[in-house]
Design a protein around this ligand. Structure first.
Ligand SMILES: [Zn+2]
Length: 278
């Protein structure tokens, strides 16, 4: 049964990546993802494939972990006997409240630290998701691996995550599914499904650009590295879309790329996103 659960999780990751690529407007990757989705769907038992499709029509995430007896999708506590059966993972269960498919959570290697960044300040818009301490005006990196690694390390030194290796690995796995680069300067490498913490991103600039696998072969100069808690998965697509709209204007991108300090980047980020990210 574990194999089927992994199969479903993988299928869901692909479906989610598909939604992301739609937001990123990376049309070339869509067909390739659609094919992978079909082949995974075909590998499932028919009844399960039907359940997955039905639940997917209602929710962005059709399969969610059960953590300490609670469905991660809707937050409802499962009956004890059912929770025990879910733990055993001998068959597939759906949450009696929301109908999402549930699987036993086996602990995450990647964990957020709870960070408290001047809690007395009321944060608005993009300020809720980042910090001046997560702005890096000149990345030393020359490859996407190095760039993601550098931003993950920045998050560690600034106390947002505990260690960077696992985050780097997961972000690269996601890049392997389909690049998160959007033509003209932008890339959005990310890690999804971590437990705890809040949606958080760091930005690194590379004036000469880095090859991130954009379909039009343009280089990425503004790299957003995003950590997405399981609970914020759907909201993340809204943030992503807000960031893309804010940086669609070439003048805006140019201004950001030419930032000299973290403070300058931060103030520009707030200014440029003020209408698109509320
Ligand atoms: Zn539920």
């Amino acid at each position: 049964m574990k194999k089927i659960i992994n199969h479903l999780i993988q299928l869901q990751e692909l479906c989610f990546a598909y939604s992301e690529q739609e937001v990123l407007q990376a049309k070339d990757h869509l067909e390739q993802l659609q094919q992978s989705i079909h082949s995974l769907e075909n590998g499932l038992p028919e009844d399960l494939s039907a359940i997955f499709k039905k639940v997917s029509n209602h929710y962005k995430l059709a399969i969610v972990p059960m953590i300490k007896g609670v469905c991660r999708g809707c937050g409802v506590r499962l009956p004890i006997s059912m929770a025990q059966e879910v733990e055993q993972a001998e068959k597939i269960f759906q949450c009696p409240n929301c109908a999402r498919i549930i699987y036993p959570y086996e602990g995450d290697k990647v964990k957020f630290k709870l960070h408290k960044d001047k809690p007395d300040i009321i944060k608005l818009g993009v300020m809720r998701f980042s910090s001046v301490r997560l702005m890096k005006p000149s990345l030393g990196a020359n490859t996407k691996e190095e760039a993601i690694g550098e931003l993950a390390k920045l998050m560690v030194t600034q106390g947002f995550i505990e260690e960077s290796k696992e985050f780097l690995e997961q972000a690269l796995n996601r890049e392997a599914m389909a690049s998160t680069a959007v033509g003209s300067d932008l890339a959005f490498p990310h890690v999804r499904g971590v437990e705890g913490g809040g949606l958080t991103f760091a930005i690194g600039l590379k004036k000469n650009g880095i090859k991130f696998g954009a379909t039009d072969r343009t280089l990425s100069r503004i790299i957003f590295f995003i950590i997405i808690p399981a609970a914020a998965s759907s909201f993340y697509l809204t943030l992503l879309s807000g960031l893309i709209q804010s940086f669609r204007n070439p003048e805006v991108r140019k201004s950001m790329i030419n930032s000299a300090t973290d403070k300058e980047m931060w103030l520009k980020l707030i200014k440029f996103t003020k209408d698109k990210i509320k």
